[in-house]
Design a protein around this ligand. Sequence first.
Ligand SMILES: [Zn+2]
Length: 161
Amino acid sequence: MGANRELYYGVYMRVYMPPKEVKKKIKTCLDKECMRHMQYVSTPFCPLCGGKIDEFEYIKPSFENLHELLSEDLDDEDLFQVVYPDDKDFVIALPNNFKTQGGFLFTYDTSTEIVDLGSDLTPLLPLLYDFLKEDWVRLVKVLDMKGIKFEKKIGVLQWFK
Ligand SMILES: [Zn+2]
């Protein structure tokens, strides 16, 4: 008995999502020298320095999510599968609909040592044409518009399910 693995073969995209600056507010001591500055304080005056407590606006860097871009700019959060590899500065966009977006998905058991990719496997180069499919074209258009770097790839990806 083994675990199920999935093997994907086809086009995918590495997307280098830029860090996004998010405005945040905190009720805190406004004195930047005070130890309580940037800590939440609920009283009207600072218990440490007696200074005024009010909302303080600051900018928090965060990592812009590709899901967010898909749902906001392409109106479909599930248009592509998004995989977040560990310790990488990119996310991976994979087809979610193999018929219209290309690619092949194989599910197999880890006790199977040989993965048969089948005899009808399309030769590599024509797979590049999958990037001409409508959904990929839409994604590329939005990424270009926002100046987000990406790389078109063909390959084999494997993960546990
Ligand atoms: Zn204070």
